[in-house]
Write a protein that binds this ligand. Structure first.
Ligand code: KIV
Length: 291
């Protein structure tokens, strides 16, 4: 007689996944996806249950973004998030993934102020997120971060860079605006992207960047996978903030977001629809979601 999984309350994360065994996502596997032209999928998650559901839906990369400051903590921007808060959420997500034998690649964001002083400070901060369970850390900024990226990569920490609209510096940028629109700004972005690849970054989030520019940057970075958010369909992968793509807000979603709960009967189905829409090239639609 079969032994059915017992039902448990409070979100139910079975200790062993009922899903068929899958290979863990790793840097070589992400490079393979890129090589064969398959788009990489990423969603943010901040707790054990949503992370496990995203993993079960087939999302390859889970980002514990410092967007949690806005969606979980009610802050006005991401600039107020602390390293301790990031470590707490990375640990919760890593635990959730372990409980379901999840396979996702787990990224943790270094928050504002935790890597700005020195490479050594960045190393100490990154180590806290790695101890909490992150496979890769993400940090925002252009060429001024290249030495830090190199320092971390040489010490065995995979790094995802982040260019374009960098929310930690939203006040300096004058708001949530598209970046790299004029020729000079586009040239600067391309130069920073190359410097970050040379420093060893293996992923690069491009946020709110014109689609043509993001596609060009993607072509010039064979060793660094671009992950777009509001950057058109020409990037190597796509990321959305989970609350945005599930339509959980009281305001108006930015133009680059699609509400994947439309037509879905569960969060897991909405996330699976995101994965298939990205893989099939149906999301983003550059005529609706890009600049
Ligand atoms: O913090 C975050 O969620 C992010 C994404 C918007 C890419 O950086």
């Amino acid at each position: 007689m079969s032994n059915p999984t017992p039902a448990t309350p409070y979100g139910t994360l079975p200790a062993a996944s009922p899903l068929p065994a899958r290979k863990p996502v790793s840097l070589p596997r992400l490079a393979e996806l890129r090589e064969r032209g398959e788009k990489i999928t990423m969603l943010t998650a901040y707790d054990a249950t949503f992370a496990a559901v995203a993993d079960a839906a087939g999302v390859e990369c889970i980002l514990v973004g410092d967007s949690l400051g806005m969606v979980c903590q009610g802050l006005a921007s991401t600039a107020g998030v602390t390293l301790e808060t990031m470590a707490y959420h990375v640990e919760s997500v890593a635990r959730g993934l372990r409980r379901v034998q999840g396979t996702a690649w787990l990224l943790g964001d270094l928050p504002f102020g935790s890597y700005h002083e020195s490479k050594e400070q960045a190393m100490r901060s990154a180590a806290q997120l790695v101890h909490a369970g992150a496979h890769m850390i993400k940090l925002e900024g252009g060429d001024w971060t290249a030495d830090t990226v190199r320092f971390l990569v040489e010490r065995g920490i995979p790094v995802c860079a982040h260019l374009g609209l960098t929310p930690q510096t939203v006040h300096a940028l004058g708001g949530y605006r598209v970046q790299g629109r004029d020729d000079q700004a586009a040239l600067t972005l391309k130069r920073h992207a190359l410097e970050l690849q040379d420093a060893g970054a293996t992923m690069l989030v491009l946020e709110m960047v014109p689609a043509a520019l993001a596609a060009e940057i993607t072509q010039q970075l064979p060793r660094c996978h671009t992950i777009g958010i509001g950057a058109g369909k020409g990037t190597a992968g796509q990321v959305l903030v989970m609350h945005d793509m599930l339509g959980i807000n009281l305001g108006k979603n930015p133009k680059f977001v699609r509400n994947f709960m439309d037509g879905a009967s569960s969060v897991r189905e909405a996330m699976a629809n995101f994965v298939s829409a990205v893989k099939s090239g149906q999301f983003p639609d550059d005529s609706l979601h890009a600049w």
